[in-house]
Design a binder for this molecule. Structure first.
Ligand code: GAP
Length: 486
């Protein structure tokens, strides 16, 4: 069976056509790098989020979840370092006025060289770039751009400004009077809501180290280069977990979560060969070790999740800025039989973008299949092979005809199943057409109620992935679906 999948523009139109993802405020020509999830997309996103939440907070008995506000006291961002350090090096082309993130500009050029067969040059450029970024050597980076005659995609010139830093946080005013002191930020990461609540959760939950606090929620970044559909957005959702550990044990936990998180992605059906680790060359201001779990997206290997050893940086900063003691009393015994005592815990963070994971799942699921039937004619379908456990609709219930009591039986089955999982009822169009529509939205199971159902209480169940069909008892349908999605 031929699969012409992973054609990215086709996937984007498919997401729109079947109610997965729409451009935000499309009737006003959209807003760059902001997207809305439609009826199918919102459900798939919720299922992915629930799967993450359950794996963190239900399957680990030492991790609890919270839901902190998006708005936080402005000092939070001063303490965390985001006001001073959360910026990217940018360069402008003087002829087109187009602004580029320096690493994206150079990576794009290296990619072109690879495609043109100049692999060696591409690797050399990327290695040099990594070293210059690690040393924050902006003059060196500009020279690298100029020496390689890297051009602006619009003006096609090499007329570049100096490299400058741009802060990525959005700000707004709180209350009715605008002024410096009223400026607050839209959070650029959910993590700080966890740090400022560390003591609240530890005390009220009687948590003992090591333990984790998990959270999902919106984050906002004024990304200058926003591209590749929902890969890089200005408003996006994160699923983060801060794991608080005894100082000195952070590398042990860093390695634990590195392995654990890769396994988790594989449990969602992501093939192991499509995932890889990438160690950071330049560490963020808060980290003593960091890596990305990368996925091979249709446009290349890119970051899906970050694992960061954040030391005691954030809690120490919040202790300093708030002038409130943020410490943990560890009364477990050390080698000398004494309590470990008071300390500021170290933190290992796992941080995955929900939208990026959505893009990962949907780009793996999308397939445009063609095959030759037994009679020699060609057939085709577009299918979303979304794993059944996270598919937005689990079961389509399809009466063969709109009469003869078949819709009544179908409705009864729908009433029996809809409390347990998402069902879709459809009685319009020929059955083949209805199956194709269910393939296109990714429904893993279809059940057809026909005249034989009235005689022997059996139905036809059709499996999306194999397209095979079998006859089973009507009374078995709910159990079969529950077994497959659990
Ligand atoms: N708290 C740590 C943190 O925010 P990050 O590497 O900047 O670390 C974590 O972000 C994850 O959030 C990334 O791995 C990515 O999946 C997602 N992410 C970051 N920026 C994004 C954006 N502009 N659009 C979509 N997802 C984004």
């Amino acid at each position: 069976m031929a699969n012409e999948a992973n054609n990215f523009p086709e996937l984007i139109s498919h997401c729109k056509e079947y109610g997965y993802i729409f451009q935000s405020s499309e009737i006003y020509d959209g807003l760059a790098a902001v997207y809305d999830y439609g009826q199918m997309g919102a459900q798939l996103k919720k299922n992915i989020r629930d799967y993450w939440w359950k794996s963190m907070t239900q399957l680990h008995d030492n991790i609890v979840g919270i839901d902190a506000a998006i708005f936080m006291h402005p000092t939070t961002w001063k303490a965390s370092g985001h006001v001073d350090n959360f910026s990217d090096p940018m360069i402008d082309n003087k002829d087109s006025n187009k602004r580029y993130r320096v690493d994206h500009l150079i990576e794009g050029f290296a990619e072109e060289q690879k495609i043109a067969g100049n692999e060696k040059l591409a690797d050399e450029i990327l290695t040099t770039m990594d070293a210059l970024i690690a040393a924050s050597d902006y003059a060196g980076l500009k020279k690298l751009i100029e020496d390689n005659k890297i051009k602006c995609a619009i003006s096609k010139t090499c007329n570049w400004t100096e490299i400058r830093e741009f802060n990525l946080m959005f700000n707004t005013q709180i209350g009715s009077v605008a002024g410096e002191s009223d400026t607050i930020y839209l959070r650029p990461e959910t993590a700080q809501g966890i740090f400022v609540n560390f003591l609240n959760v530890q005390k009220t939950g009687r948590m003992k180290i090591p333990f984790g606090i998990a959270q999902t929620g919106k984050a906002f970044r004024n990304e200058i280069v926003a591209r590749q559909f929902i890969f890089r957005m200005r408003e996006f959702e994160q699923m983060e977990m801060q794991f608080f550990v005894r100082p000195g044990t952070q590398m042990e936990w860093y390695n634990f979560w590195k392995t654990e998180r890769k396994k988790w992605h594989e449990s969602l059906g992501i093939p192991t060969e499509k995932l890889r680790f990438h160690d950071h060359v330049k560490l963020a201001h808060y980290a003593d070790a960091a890596l990305d779990i990368e996925f091979e997206f249709p446009f290349g290997w890119k970051e899906l999740e970050g694992i960061h050893s954040r030391t005691d940086f954030d809690l120490t900063q919040h202790q300093t800025y708030s002038k409130k003691k943020i410490q943990y009393f560890d009364n477990d015994l050390n080698n000398e039989g004494k309590p470990y005592g008071n300390y500021i815990p170290y933190v290992v963070e796992t941080s995955v973008g929900l939208d990026r994971l959505f893009l990962t799942i949907i780009s793996l699921a999308y397939a445009n299949e063609k095959w030759i039937k037994e009679d020699g004619t060609e057939d085709s379908r577009v299918v979303l092979r979304i794993p059944a456990k996270i598919a937005p609709t689990k079961l389509a219930i399809l009466p063969l005809l709109k009469k003869d009591g078949l819709p009544e039986i179908a409705r009864e089955l729908m009433d029996d199943c809809k409390g347990s999982f998402m069902c879709f009822y459809e009685e319009k169009d020929a059955i083949g057409k209805r199956y194709r529509r269910m393939d296109a939205i990714g429904t893993p199971f279809c059940v057809t109620i026909d005249h034989q159902t009235k005689e022997d209480n059996t139905v036809t169940i059709r499996y999306r992935d194999s397209m095979t069909q079998e006859r089973i008892a009507l009374s078995e349908v709910k159990k079969l679906v529950l077994d497959k999605i659990s």
